[in-house]
Design a protein around this ligand. Structure first.
Ligand code: ADP
Length: 473
């Protein structure tokens, strides 16, 4: 991996065409950026929270002005259908910045219930210079989930986008400057994970790092923190999420199949919360599978720039080969391929895999256990509630799940027993900006994102214990 700045040509996953270039930041560049952030940090932390919020609100306004451009950049770089970027990613990124801008002066400390002789006051403080490393599947939205609370609570953030998708966040950094955020408050450092990302994880002046990506990288970031300054680490490392359909689920009609398809195939399954394991009560299994396969086959696979496209290409050839190999391994071991499974030449130069459904997959094969980041779903019947709980929890991950039943007792009982950070009932959802998002088990730890809970990740609590010497009668 070159350790000096390098000019990278960006090729869009849609067809491999070059869409731009950028220069990577090397270790020296990271050190320089950290120094600039460190210089900006005291003044930014000392600014009235409302003033920080106002600057961030202006940033959100400029993002709204440039929403179309931001959507196009994310769609071109990541290969995500432009319709999803326009209706999902960009509005949710703007909402995150605006919501945390509004929250900047709404979060107070607390006073402990001590006796009259003392006041135990807890206040929250910025950490200082902090970093974020984000993946390519939600370039702008993932960045906004981290930028929002990090900046609102008074930190200076260095953000490394993924190699394939730097342009939307680079534009965001330019908008931040236009909005009046001081130099060093938000710095975008594009580059290789093993160079730029690693330098951030190992930097002795960076006091916290928030990461979203793979488990392999999560381990390296933890190692970097351990080898340097024990910086705070927060990790979100994906999932292998179950969709659980109880016996009465068919009563939801077509809505059920539409939501199941979104859960499984949104962004061609390149989504941390993709519902990639479907468990269905045996009494309705055959009908559900047949209708789900029909819904999957209706999805429009195509050029992500075409507004009719519902599923775009996979990010690169390696991702396609991995998914195809996992499906053919499952089939070799006795699974049934119900639809999809092989690439289709939708647009020359792109890697397009149609929605793929596999039945009877052994529990220990890749389609059952690995986060494939592809539109590949397993379907399995169950007979007892205990059985489906065991199946749903038979994974090292614990990010998300969905449960379908009109019986509120059943739905809530199952939701309660599934080991996951977010369980949606009778829909597929991660909640909204007001609800925390974070995984259980090996999906991650170190603090949730979104909602006021996100401030825990980006602030340091301080207790001031004040003796009052007030005599109680
Ligand atoms: P994915 O499989 O989603 O691409 P990665 O974990 O490879 O997940 O990448 C997520 C982010 O982590 C990207 O921005 C990538 O550049 C970065 N990254 C990769 N390797 C490292 C590393 N050793 N240290 C820090 N960041 C890294």
């Amino acid at each position: 991996m070159p350790s000096h700045p390098e000019l990278i040509t960006l090729r869009r996953p849609a067809d491999g065409a070059a869409v731009g270039t950028y220069r990577t930041v090397d270790e020296h560049g990271v050190r320089e950026a950290v120094a600039v952030a460190a210089e900006a940090a005291p003044a930014w932390a000392a600014l009235h929270p409302r003033a920080r919020g106002e600057l961030m609100a202006e940033l959100a306004r400029l993002m709204g002005r440039d929403a179309e451009l931001l959507a196009r950049l994310d769609s071109e770089d990541g290969g995500k259908p432009v319709t999803d970027c326009v209706s999902g990613d960009v509005p949710s990124a703007i909402e995150a910045i605006r919501w945390f801008a509004e929250a900047a002066d709404k979060v107070s400390g607390s006073v402990a219930p001590t006796d009259g002789g003392a006041l135990g006051i807890t206040t929250r403080h910025p950490i200082g210079v902090v970093a974020a490393v984000v993946p390519w599947n939600y370039p702008l939205a993932m960045a906004a989930w981290k930028i929002g609370p990090a900046l609102a609570s008074g930190n200076c953030l260095l953000l490394k986008p993924a190699e394939a998708t730097p342009r939307s966040v680079q534009h965001l950094a330019a908008l931040a400057a236009d909005a009046g955020l001081p130099t060093g408050v938000l710095t975008v450092l594009p580059g290789h994970g093993a160079v730029t990302g690693r330098a951030l994880a190992e930097d002795p002046l960076v006091r916290a790092i928030s990461f979203t990506g793979s488990q392999i990288t999560g381990r390296q970031i933890l190692a970097g923190a351990a080898a340097s300054n024990f910086k705070r680490v927060s990790l979100e490392m994906g999932g292998k999420s179950p969709q659980i359909l109880m016996r009465d689920a068919l009563s939801f009609g077509e809505e059920l199949f539409e939501e199941m398809a979104v859960s499984a195939f949104l962004s061609s399954g390149q989504n941390c919360t993709a519902g990639s394991r479907v468990y269905v009560d045996a009494a309705i299994f055959d009908e559900v599978v047949q209708r789900f396969v029909t819904a999957a086959e209706k999805l429009v696979l195509g050029d992500p720039g075409d507004p009719r496209t519902q599923m775009g290409p996979l990010i690169n050839r390696a991702a396609l080969e991995r998914a195809e190999a996992a499906v053919s391994d499952a089939v070799t071991r006795g699974a049934a391929l119900l639809t999809g499974g092989a690439a289709v030449p939708v647009v020359p130069g792109g890697h397009y895999l149609p929605a793929t459904v596999v039945a009877n997959a052994p529990r220990d094969c890749a389609v059952s256990q690995e986060e494939l980041f592809a539109p590949v779903v397993t379907v399995s019947p169950f007979r007892e509630e205990d059985e489906v709980i065991a199946l749903a929890n038979d994974t090292e991950y614990g990010l998300a799940a969905s449960v379908w039943s009109r019986d509120v007792d059943t739905a809530l009982r199952v939701a309660r027993r599934v080991e996951a950070g977010v369980v949606s009932v009778n829909c597929y959802s991660e909640g909204d900006i007001t609800t925390p998002f974070g995984g259980w088990k090996q999906s991650g730890f170190g603090g949730a994102e979104k909602s006021l809970v996100a401030f825990d990740q980006w602030t340091l609590p301080k207790v001031t214990w004040l003796r009052t010497r007030i005599k109680e009668d």
